[in-house]
Design a protein around this ligand. Structure first.
Ligand code: SAM
Length: 377
């Protein structure tokens, strides 16, 4: 499909000779006015994919319960910061829950959103200001300083641009985007930055012949800058991905970058530029290692189903009035829904310490019996 963004990318590639895949992905998703996240309907039924937020408002309600628990047990400030807020639905669901169920927290709460897309900021404002006028402040990441409280994101890091690395003829090469025979294609060449080799060394990764691995250097810059911006805070990162040894298994030969167009997955990276989502699995090992270097310590790591069960989602299921509602909430934690198992929750902390009964250090076995009882009722 010919698009103005397609033409823009082709001209840029011709001018520069080649661009990294990370640069390509950044343009395809975020180019002002033309990128996938910079215009109408990236999410939900009319968009290209669903997130947990679209599945049920119980996702936001349950996250709200978990954040209140952390504020109370860890003695954090009554402040939330959400980065990459998409349609604004998650913030709205969280604020609705607090307004109804945690009035004291709600009345004193400071809620900040950090969002890259100007189009989405307007959409978030339209939605949130109906019920929660004046409650939310929008900031840039650079403006955030000395934050204390709960900082969180859902499917933010998977939307950061990635570099692609391949081993060919026993040498590591970066895959660039280049025009050959009149079409955009991958082109192997030397690394664009030594940071790629540092990243691979840091996680001790041996890439096998012809294997492609996707390297999220923005994750490194982000988690380190974030650590410096925190005073006493937890960082809750919810996303799909794995720890490095599992993520970079040699059977994932083609890496994990993929595209979604109207709810169908494809690997036609250079088609429908600006009209389809591009995303990659998150390497939680690097998030942990690079965070620790700056004093942001790992506190707990678990699949989403376990986090939500420990945070009270079973009560949400019990309270559902119809089977349809029940199914939507269960999709957040059941393996067939995808959200429950591929998605992980990683909690890091700066300036906080947890004791042994911190809820999120419980094992899966401890909570399975409780789940069985609710599902059989
Ligand atoms: C996959 S969407 C997830 C949206 C929402 N959290 C949800 O779960 O439905 C990724 C979101 O992160 C935003 N985003 C990506 N990179 C960002 C950055 N560097 N700073 C702020 N927002 C960013 C995108 O614009 C988009 O709103």
């Amino acid at each position: 499909m010919e698009t103005s963004l397609q033409t823009y990318v082709e001209e840029l590639v011709r001018q520069k000779g080649k661009i990294t895949f990370a640069e390509f992905m950044d343009i395809a998703l975020y180019k002002e006015g033309m990128g996938y996240y910079q215009k109408e309907n990236p999410f939900g039924q009319q968009g290209s994919f669903y997130t947990s937020v679209n599945a049920s408002e119980s996702f936001g309600r349950t996250l709200a319960k978990s954040f209140v628990y952390m504020i109370k047990t860890l003695g954090l400030e009554n402040a939330f910061c959400e980065m990459g807020a998409g349609s604004g639905m998650l913030a709205n669901d969280i604020l609705n829950y607090l307004k109804a169920e945690e009035k004291e927290i709600y009345s004193a709460l400071s809620y900040t959103i950090i969002e890259k897309s100007g189009y989405l900021i307007n959409r978030q404002k339209e939605l949130i200001e109906k019920e929660h006028a004046g409650k939310v402040v929008w900031k840039t990441f650079e403006e955030l300083k000395g934050f204390s409280g709960v900082f969180y994101s859902n499917e933010l890091v998977d939307a950061f641009p990635v570099h692609r690395v391949i081993r060919m003829n026993d040498e590591l090469r970066e895959l660039y985007v280049k025009e050959t025979d009149g079409k955009l294609r991958f082109w192997p060449d030397d690394f664009s930055t030594p940071k790629l080799q540092e990243y691979l060394d840091n996680i001790n990764l041996r890439v096998v012949e012809t294997q492609i691995v996707d390297i999220n250097l923005d994750l490194v810059g982000w988690v380190q800058a974030l650590a410096d911006k925190l005073d006493k805070a937890v960082v809750v990162t919810i996303d799909y991905g794995f720890e490095a040894p599992m993520l970079y298994q040699s059977y994932r030969r083609d890496g994990t970058v993929t595209c979604y167009y109207r709810h169908t997955q494809n690997n036609d990276f250079f088609e429908r530029i600006g009209y389809q989502d591009i995303t990659a699995f998150v390497d939680f090992t690097s998030l942990s290692l690079y965070g620790s270097q700056k004093g942001l310590e790992p506190l707990a790591f678990m699949p989403q189903w376990l986090y939500l069960v420990q945070s009270g989602i079973l009560e949400e299921i019990s309270a559902c009035k119809t089977d349809l509602q029940k199914q939507s909430v269960k999709a957040l934690i059941m393996p067939e829904g995808g959200f429950g198992t591929n998605f992980q929750v990683f909690i890091q902390g700066k300036g906080v310490s947890i004791d042994p009964d911190f809820r999120y250090t419980k094992s899966a076995r401890d909570v399975l019996d409780e789940m069985g009882k609710v599902f059989s009722s």
